[in-house]
Ligand binder design. Structure first.
Ligand code: NAD
Length: 292
């Protein structure tokens, strides 16, 4: 797809970060956008900003951890807005993991899997049948993470496990649709090439009360990219970040170029991926991936 004019782009997690930037970038390309999020205030603010820029913008509260919520979003897109040609399964959270893996609360595991894993499954189940039935070229981009898809950061095993799981799903979906010569193209979108400065460090702002961290859980003390920058500086390392607008431009280019892997990799990640696969092939000790 080269021309996005008039096409409807549905974006989960559209109120903030990568999703918000995607909405602006696609709107600037002439697409109509339907942004969906649990953060109702963020959703309204983003929609108002999009409308200010002249974008034909719609919003709907949607909790990706619930299938009915995604079904309702797909119904809006197809029954009320004439069908969708771009779908971004993008909503994601980080539960702020700290301490030993065996001490993590089930609330952290469940909330993260509900959003990052089940959110993608629910999006696929709600949108794929309608996209296939539409019979026209359409694109489904699933936001993954190199942390899980390519390497395993030992400090974030819950998040990593969700992103490893959806990578398997994304690859299988891509191969199944490609083998059927489906008009629906699948993309694995990896925000980067560096840590993207978004709201993900403060996902607790949308944490449901039923998954609240138990009293006394260890804290990371990191609620923003700035906090991480300070911590890394303290350890003598430099944090380089990417702006989410850059991710949106990379995503648009990747869709236009028909790429499955929309994955700008920095040299450090490439080295870590090679070291990981060497360790698998040689059955040598695992290297320890670092953020620096
Ligand atoms: N920031 C990074 O460095 C980075 C790197 C790799 C991958 N990612 C992925 O990018 C995606 C977007 O995250 P971001 O970095 O823009 O963070 P963000 O916090 O700025 O945006 C995520 C959005 O998802 C929404 N959300 C959370 N739970 C939801 C739910 N149950 N239903 C619907 N919406 C929900 C949030 O309200 C928020 O608006 C995520 O999948 C994340 O894992 C981010």
């Amino acid at each position: 797809m080269q021309d996005f004019t008039g096409k409807l782009a549905v974006i989960t997690g559209g109120a903030s970060g990568v999703g918000r930037s995607l909405a602006f970038a696609l709107g600037a390309e002439g697409a109509r956008v339907l942004i969906a999020d649990v953060d109702e205030r963020g959703l309204e603010n983003t929609k108002a900003d999009l409308v200010d820029k002249g974008v034909d913008a719609h919003s709907q509260r949607c909790d990706v951890s619930r299938q009915q919520s995604l079904d309702a979003l797909a119904a809006t897109a197809f029954d009320d807005l004439g069908g969708a040609h771009l779908v971004f399964a993008n909503a994601g959270i980080s539960a702020g993991e700290a301490g030993n893996l065996w001490e993590y609360s089930s609330q952290d595991w469940q909330w993260t899997f509900n959003v990052n894993f089940w959110g993608v499954i629910h999006s696929i189940n709600a949108f794929m049948p309608r996209l296939v039935a539409q019979g026209e070229e359409a694109h489904l981009a699933i936001t993954g993470s190199g942390n899980g898809a390519f390497i395993v950061y030992p400090d974030q095993p819950v998040y990593t496990a969700t992103k490893a799981a959806i990578q398997a799903v994304t690859e299988a979906l891509h191969i199944q649709t490609r083998n059927q010569d489906s008009p629906v193209k699948i993309h694995a979108l990896f925000p980067g090439p560096h840590i993207v400065d978004t709201g993900i460090f403060n996902s607790d702002r949308v944490r449901p009360s039923e998954f609240e961290k138990p009293e006394g859980s260890p804290e990371t003390g990191i609620n923003s990219a700035e906090d991480l920058r300070k911590l890394m500086e303290f350890m003598g390392q430099k944090l380089v970040t990417t702006h989410p607008d850059e991710v949106a431009q990379t995503a648009i280019r990747g869709i236009r170029d028909g790429q499955f892997w929309i994955a700008p990799l920095n040299p450090g990640i490439k080295d870590m991926v090679r070291a990981r696969f060497d360790s698998i092939l040689e059955r040598s000790e695992l290297p320890i991936p670092t953020l620096g």
